[in-house]
Design a binder for this molecule. Sequence first.
Ligand code: AMP
Length: 447
Amino acid sequence: MCSVIGVFNVPEAAKYAYFGLFSLQHRGQEAAGIASSDGKRIHIAKGRGLVTQVFDEKKLSKLMGNSAVGHTRYSTAGEDSVLDAQPIFARYDLGQIAVVHNGNLTNAKVVRKELIREGAIFQTFMDTENIIHLIARSQKEHLYDRIIEALHKIEGAYSMVLLSRKKMFAMRDPHGFRPLVMGRLGSGWVVASETCAFDLIGAEYVRDIRPGELVVFEEGEEPRSIQVFKPTPTKCIFEYIYFARPDSDIFGKNVYKLRKAMGRELAKEYPVEADMVIPVPDSGVAAAIGYSEESGIPFELGIIRNHYVGRTFIEPTQEIRDLKVKMKLNPIKEVIRGKRLIVIDDSIVRGTTSRKIVSILKEFGAKEVHMRISAPPTTGPCYYGVDTPTKEELISSRMSVEETKEYIGADTLAYLSISGLLRSVGNDLSYCMACFDGNYPLLPKDK
Ligand code: AMP
């Protein structure tokens, strides 16, 4: 998972990109970068860490010009090194370009191999670099035609923004796995992974970039839309469940509202007698409010989150993951002691978090712990840009719900059903739910 932003025809574009990325930080905390164009040259700065760690006033002031693209990185393809931070920048026969990409390409290895055989020298391990090579090697005269040609050679998930010295291009794959929204900022334009970026910088949402669409931004002209591919939407439902910020509207709907609806459905499907509903913060909060409203059982904050710890999921070793759950979450003993708790989280991946939470809650005196998960069991990996571990590491691919309940030590455990999830999103069938139902819209060509 990652975030992208593009700002076009706005004075001090890099500063807007910076603030936009700040509000998209939840989509990736490993690295951040911005490239800007002053019309003659592209300037770039990127590095490891959070947006506020990578940039300061001095660095930003060097990113001159009225257009910029930016990225926050959460590694799914490539290695965790500064070389693998985006934007990717290149000089080629038509000038200079910078690319930012959210999503994973499913034929990246095949394309990369071919390019290398033809003599391309890769600088990074990221699948995004394929696009740069494809554009640079194309024989077409104009960048626009080269982009279209490159898009026909890649498959998979991409919400992508490309900056040249004078233009900006925003595009989304035909499945539209990842979100990409477009808005107005003064007399200029912005595109971003989520609308929460618009709110911060004062941009006004106009519409989503459509699946299979390429939008070209050029000075003095209205954005030009080209439907490169027929849309076959299978948008990532996990964006609604976990990834996106609740204050964002993506795929045309508000995330918070849908999360609450998931909680409500969960309460209808799996009611249980209890004294209070408590969320695992922050991921379970909206669903817990929905569960509480539907069941009439009071909502309480029984667990407090320390916000200065990164997401536990990112850590490589099991020992550190265990410790980090405790560093991150601590119960309010006064609230939970002697109580029957319904604990809501959005997902169980390896089972580490839930197991720790149940054990901490019991240690501090909870009488009963009923885990309720506002999504179906995660049984398969994602090939489209969500960092899920291998199938073997996913607890739900190895264990039944009953066995998982035993493993995490809860009194009861239940997951929202697939039909319940669908009801929460208005029975709209244009979503990818492959991590829950195994129906992969595209299979990786090289796995
Ligand atoms: P685990 O401890 O492995 O079972 O992870 C479950 C926790 O990780 C839940 O609290 C989720 O909110 C969160 N989570 C689920 N998917 C992801 C993901 N792809 N990246 C980071 N965190 C996640």
